[in-house]
Design a protein around this ligand. Structure first.
Ligand code: PLP
Length: 270
């Protein structure tokens, strides 16, 4: 239950992409390259809390070069899809769970937690103006929604920022595996770790990805399409792929889940 109701402001874009151009994009979407006509922005300030939830035209962020996020990486994000059903209606899958995961990430990165109510409403508000960007339900096409939060305070000191911004953008996407699911080659990173004990591995923060890119290019250079990280402590247990989870199903039907679940651990045998 909300102890506070938020009044949303909607500023419609005067520069919307013409329908024909939008349809051409929805015909053959390329992941993460084209964005809808609007974005959500909600601001948080120390002592004031979350305020001014708004939908505004999509466009660049005007930001001071001394904004904290640009220096110390206080940033977190989520990913969730909007699906169109055959009857034309638009759905997401249990968005409260993404809201809670964003809160967990916020806690770890010392950012303010976006209330679940604002998170869920932000998806509704964006879809209300950009619903035409949700593709028809063919060939696994969906609208990928990217909620994220950044430290927006202008300050070079090392401490949690006293001003933050929550934003939501969206981009039409096609199937993850084009041309069906085919086996892929995986590169095992032996001299690079993604997450250490009590580190930020469980938070969805950009820095984790930044730290994985070197090993990923090593993988690409060696003809692999994904990189696999081992546990940082012993470099023995299978941990996860650069951009997704993994688990093993053995011939006898048992399932091995990754470190650090400590349950049927999958071991790397050099
Ligand atoms: C987001 C993310 C995933 C995928 O999680 P979903 O629940 O599918 O969104 C897997 N691994 C990492 C490192 C991630 O950041």
């Amino acid at each position: 239950m909300a102890d506070q109701t938020y009044e949303w402001t909607v500023v419609h874009s005067e520069n919307k992409l013409p329908a024909a151009e939008r349809e051409a994009i929805l015909d053959a979407p390329v992941f993460g390259t084209k964005f809808t006509d609007h974005q959500v922005v909600v601001t948080w300030e120390q002592g004031k809390g979350w305020h001014s939830p708004s939908v505004i035209p999509y466009g660049p962020i005007l930001m001071d070069p001394a904004a904290a996020v640009l220096h110390y990486g206080q940033e977190i994000f989520e990913g969730i899809k909007a699906y169109r059903h055959q009857d034309g209606s638009i759905w997401t899958f249990r968005p409260e769970m993404n809201a809670l995961r964003l809160q967990k990430s916020a806690h770890r990165l010392a950012l303010p937690e976006v209330p679940v109510e604002i998170f869920v409403e932000s998806l509704r508000q964006l879809i209300a103006v950009d619903g035409d960007w949700v593709p028809q339900p063919v060939n696994e096409k969906t609208l990928y929604i990217r909620p994220f939060e950044i430290a927006a305070e202008t300050f070079l000191g090392v401490r949690p920022a006293q001003r933050a911004e929550y934003r939501v953008i969206a981009s039409p996407v096609g199937p993850y595996f084009t041309g069906g699911v085919k086996p892929v080659k995986i590169w095992i990173a032996l001299d690079s770790a993604r997450a250490g004990r009590h580190g930020t591995g469980e938070a969805k923060t950009g820095g984790n990805y930044a730290a994985s890119l070197l090993a990923q290019s090593e993988g690409y250079d060696n003809g692999c399409s994904q990189v696999l990280f081992l546990d940082a402590e012993s470099a023995t247990y299978i941990e996860e792929l650069g951009g997704m989870n993994l688990f093993f199903v053995y011939r006898d039907g048992h399932v091995a889940t990754p470190w650090p679940r400590r349950h049927n651990l999958a071991r790397y045998h050099p």
